[in-house]
Ligand binder design. Structure first.
Ligand code: SAM
Length: 357
């Protein structure tokens, strides 16, 4: 059982106000990796209590979520996003918490769309029926929906909010009707919890035009009681599916793609596997994360962020903010998944619901 913690938000460092001037050259971190992908957490709240992400024992009625004035406004997010795009970001993912709990999210999408980045959203799908068309009309390009099981009892136990499978399936259908095809469907696989559903999920999404992606259970945060024994390696996921439906590897769509792609030999579509634990992909990681309250994180497993909000609300000009972001990226040396051990897994890391998944 995870231990109750009082605060799981780490102290953020403030980037020096005198960060070196960004010279306009290619931006690379200490391992030569460019910054291409920005994940923005628009809320730290969620209506689910997935046991591997926001366990109810920790995120209970007493848990102090961020107050409204602490979280970035749409105007602040859009301003920062513009600066990130100026520094080379080509893809923006809105996430959380549950991003569709943020009021008027399509309005933020409308503000970000003119930046020209590939604009995507990760959601639990619970309110997509209501929002899919407005998101499409606002300029969202793609949607990823999380759905850990098609089995009612397993899904309700995993989301720990008694939320039914059918409503998420309706959300996926609404997304498809609005023009978000293919929808990517994320399934976090935990041994003994939902791994009996791997082949069923693959079967269900074959020939649907959508792409299920099987994610290794990760040691994000410090509240989900992670143990290596609970991880089903992606190689096993692929083996189990291939036994039922023969697969062959497919080319990555682009460098730094998180999922490894496999396609069915009979042409019934493709699947993806995300193997952060057993086959770390730090070498190509080009992701920067902006937390709900405006701190920058250079790794999903970070223990500390960099407070951009202080600069933003302190009246800094765009150039000063740009220099600070560039300086943070240039100092980046993270490769947590490559050096993960049972010991590092116990370290106090930032929660995924806060930093954005
Ligand atoms: N609420 C949204 C959702 O459900 O998709 C967005 C945020 S959620 C943190 C983003 C993704 O991270 C989801 O697909 C979720 O399943 C995944 N995730 C959360 N905790 C995880 C963990 N410990 N290991 C692997 N994936 C995890």
């Amino acid at each position: 059982m995870p231990q109750k913690v009082i605060s799981i938000r780490p102290q953020a460092r403030i980037p020096g106000s005198a960060a070196p001037r960004y010279d306009g050259g290619p931006l690379a971190d200490l391992r030569g990796r460019p910054m291409r992908d920005l994940r923005i957490s628009v809320t730290d709240r969620c209506n689910f209590r997935c046991t591997y992400c926001m366990p109810r024992e920790v995120f209970d009625a007493d848990y102090k979520f961020l107050p409204h004035d602490a979280i970035l406004s749409f105007e602040e997010i859009a301003r920062l996003a513009g600066i990130f795009v100026g520094l080379g970001v080509r893809k923006i993912r809105l996430t959380g918490g549950e991003p569709l709990l943020r009021k008027d999210l399509p309005k933020l999408v409308e503000m970000l769309a003119p930046l020209g980045a590939d604009l995507t959203l990760t959601t639990n799908g619970s309110t997509l029926v209501k929002h899919a068309q407005a998101l499409k009309d606002a300029g969202l390009n793609r949607v990823t929906v999380s759905l850990d099981s098609l089995d009612e009892a397993t899904f309700r136990a995993m989301n720990d909010a008694d939320f039914p499978v059918a409503k998420v399936l309706d959300g996926i259908a609404a997304a498809a009707n609005a023009g978000f095809t293919p929808v990517k469907i994320n399934m976090v696989v935990k041994r003994g919890v939902n791994d009996h559903q791997i082949v069923d999920a693959a079967r269900y999404w074959r020939d649907s035009g959508h792409i299920p992606r099987f994610i290794e259970f990760m040691d994000v945060g410090s509240t989900n009681g992670w143990r290596m024994d609970d991880v089903i390696p992606s190689a096993e996921v692929v083996r189990r599916i291939a036994e039922a439906f023969p697969l062959e590897p497919a080319e990555a769509n682009y460098t730094g793609e998180v999922a490894q792609r496999w396609r069915y030999r009979d042409g019934a579509g493709e699947i993806g596997v995300i193997s952060s634990v057993t086959q770390a992909f730090c070498r190509d990681c080009n992701r920067m994360r902006l937390s709900t309250e405006g701190s920058l994180y250079t790794c999903l497993f970070a223990q500390q962020g960099h407070d951009l909000k202080a600069l933003l609300r302190g009246g800094a000009a765009d150039e000063a903010i740009r220099d600070a972001i560039a300086a943070v990226w240039r100092q980046r040396d993270d490769r947590y998944s490559e050096i993960r051990t049972a010991e590092t897994a116990k370290s106090r890391k930032v929660e995924m619901s806060y930093i954005g998944g």
